[in-house]
Design a protein around this ligand. Structure first.
Ligand SMILES: Cc1cc(O)cc2c1CC(c1ccc(O)cc1)=C2c1ccccc1
Length: 251
């Protein structure tokens, strides 16, 4: 591949979105709808930044438009949750959704069924704390989630789809190379580096699991009209819509 792992890492470090503030006066104690509303407001802002983040990943924009949209549709909640875990890693027992929106697990009581998912997020966070996840490793894992998200889906038919899938696999090679390179900078033995690569990538299946639970829960909340889902989020949630151009939500 053209780019060195060092160059690839600095490109995806550059691509990191800025910290987002909720910028709402949180009325505590939360009700189910006020908590879900705040999460929705935050996520809606994050999704807009996620799309521009993805386009800064070397090679992502060269994939077919339908692949770009399908990848983001498959993994947007995984990526939001990995970001949440990263922000929370130095705050045991807390979920740092944003600097002005921090929750402890007990506050999950006000939304039926969310505390179990908060506990999974907190468990994943303490695992990353144990592993002393580095920022370079975090940005590689996030790019891996994006590029790995829909390989298991539809098998490509047309030449364009085949070409795009090959580009995706090449891109995944570059991200894995970059993760291996960042692990090699930690001064571990070769064996320890191999084990670390294994532990970090195995955590991705936990994040997929938590995201699936979160998606089910969010859809239940939406069906119960507990949470108003904005149009961009709706499009992300409604995986059935055609691969139309992703419209940016009203500011
Ligand atoms: C645990 C749980 C249950 C649930 O029903 C919904 C969500 C979550 C977490 C979460 C979330 C939001 C922002 C983040 O940066 C990271 C996670 C959301 C959520 C809410 C509305 C829109 C989108 C996502």
């Amino acid at each position: 591949s053209t780019m060195s792992p060092e160059e690839f890492i600095s490109r995806i470090m550059e691509a990191e979105p800025p910290e987002i503030y909720l910028m709402e006066d949180l009325k505590k104690p939360f009700t189910a709808s006020s908590m879900m509303m705040s999460l929705t407001t935050l996520a809606d802002k994050e999704l807009v930044l996620m799309i521009s983040w993805a386009k800064k990943i070397p090679g992502f924009s060269e994939l077919s438009l339908s692949d770009q949209i399908h990848l983001l549709k498959c993994c947007w909640l995984e990526i939001l949750m990995l970001g949440l875990i990263w922000r929370s890693v130095d705050h045991p027992g807390k979920l740092i959704f944003s600097p002005d929106f921090k929750l402890n697990r007990d506050e999950g009581q006000c939304v039926e069924g969310i505390m179990e998912i908060f506990d999974m997020l907190l468990a994943a966070t303490s695992r990353f704390r144990e592993l002393k996840l580095q920022r370079e490793e975090y940005v590689c894992l996030k790019a891996m989630i994006l590029l790995n998200s829909n390989l298991c889906n539809s098998s490509p038919q047309t030449t364009e789809e085949l070409e795009s899938r090959n580009k995706m696999l090449q891109l995944l090679d570059s991200v894995i190379d970059a993760l291996v390179w960042s692990i090699s900078k930690l001064g571990l033995t070769t064996q320890q580096q191999t084990l670390r690569l294994g532990h970090l990538t195995m955590l991705l299946s936990h994040i997929r699991h938590i995201s699936n639970k979160g998606m089910d829960h969010l859809c239940t909340m939406q069906r119960k009209n507990v949470v108003l889902v904005y149009d961009l989020l709706l499009e992300m949630l409604d995986v059935n819509t055609s691969t139309s151009q992703t419209s940016s939500s009203p500011a």
